[in-house]
Design a protein around this ligand. Structure first.
Ligand code: SF4
Length: 80
């Protein structure tokens, strides 16, 4: 996977230097992310509908989970 940089430092997958250490991530529309539970994530990417948007402000990282959250293991994503 390409190196992913991210400044969201309260995410479980964030690490020093603004690097994402998730094994995979799902970028999707913010509206899709808001409507789906935490377990819908990158491992399901091949089965979810496409979500076109008009601007970057309408996209988000669906893989985000707050550090320390009980939902850290809900999506099947691991740390690299
Ligand atoms: S999972 Fe998403 S929000 Fe979390 S560090 Fe990686 S890119 Fe950032």
């Amino acid at each position: 996977m390409p190196r992913i940089t991210c400044s969201v430092n309260n995410c479980h997958y964030w690490s020093s230097g603004n690097v994402c250490n998730a094994s995979q991530i799902l970028v999707t529309s913010s509206s899709m992310s808001n409507s789906q539970p935490q377990n819908v994530d990158a491992p399901m990417a091949g089965t979810i509908s496409t979500t076109p948007v008009q601007s970057s402000e309408e996209t988000c990282c669906k893989t985000f989970v707050p550090r320390g959250s009980a939902q850290e293991d809900a999506d099947g994503i691991t740390l690299k």
